[in-house]
Design a protein around this ligand. Sequence first.
Ligand SMILES: *Cc1c(COP(=O)(O)O)cnc(C)c1O
Length: 395
Amino acid sequence: MLKLNHHPAGRHQLAIPGPSPVPDRILRAMSLPTIDHRGPEFADLGFKVLADLKKVFKTEHPVIIYPASGTGAWEAALVNVLSPGDHVVMYESGQFAALWKKMADRLGVTSEFLGLPGLEGWRRGVQADLIEARLLKDTQHQIKAVCVVHNETSTGVTSHIAEVRAAIDRAKHPALLLVDTISGLACADYRHDEWGVDVTISGSQKGLMLPPGISFNAVSPKAIAASHSAKLPKAFWAWDEMIEFNKTGYFPYTPNTNLLYGLHEALDMILGEGLEQVFARHERLARACRAAVNAWGLEIQCADPSVYSPVLTGVMMPDGVDADQVRKIIYERFDTSLGTGLGKVKGKMFRIGHLGECNDVSLLGTLCAVEMGLQIAGVPIKPVGVNAAMACLAN
Ligand SMILES: *Cc1c(COP(=O)(O)O)cnc(C)c1O
């Protein structure tokens, strides 16, 4: 908690998997005065961010920006392409998939969860063969959409979206493919057009390094066509007016101007470094983090190395250890925030974020705090994790 008159020396170590630390460059860019969003200057900003966003989503088609958190963009995706009672198949990869499903149910869509039994599904990637088998059984094409989470932030698993696309194609099924990459974008490779995704949902406060407050829908021509006949009520979230206004660099209602300044700066940073370099940097830090967890003798939540997340690492606690108690010690003693376990894994694990504005030394700082905190908490570990991460990074 932020207390008045409480000024700890140095910076707080924000090592949760979003919101991620906001670089000074972005904070400064956002501090410029707010301009008239209908004035002559604004269109330059609008055009620039809308064009550069397409490069990050790897799409030639429109990307829509909402002044909302990621949850708003989830809702936008569903209400633009679905009608009341439509059947959708969603994949249970973790807590974010579960929350998205709950939203679909609240909107009046008939949703069905596929997944592996028990907690297995929370430790592995999306099983495309389960999706294929389900679609093959749907000979009447009742299923209108398949919804999956690319980077499951509650567990630290990054699924192969191309495999999901291939499964839908093998089943020769016309369902739309909706993908949440709120925490994957600008951290892990993502290809909206090449992977045949119809709606990609993302947000500002993870890989894009911005504060929370804006979110995105990247939309395919097939999704836009579906939006013309979809019957769920939509007004604020409707794509049609957005797409029309965006053609001139403007927005139908007041955009989040200062966050767009920040977005402009973030896109310059990311495209300046190079997307592929950004992905490689995330992979490298993730590898070092996992080296530490392995050396401590703790288990990683993701049980399949082919889908380890470059964004975050879920660390499981031995039986009988409350992960939130360990987090509390690390927060109080070392001014370091780690992600809590969510949903089914609450208290059983914590999450280390290594996304966005993160480098070798900031990751090592976090790992030092974790190693010390685990020992103070009396968790039986081998205190050699930081050394293992350093060896990995120095290599
Ligand atoms: C953060 C996140 C969300 C939720 O976004 P909000 O900005 O909190 O509304 C949804 N899905 C995933 C995968 C996320 O990481």
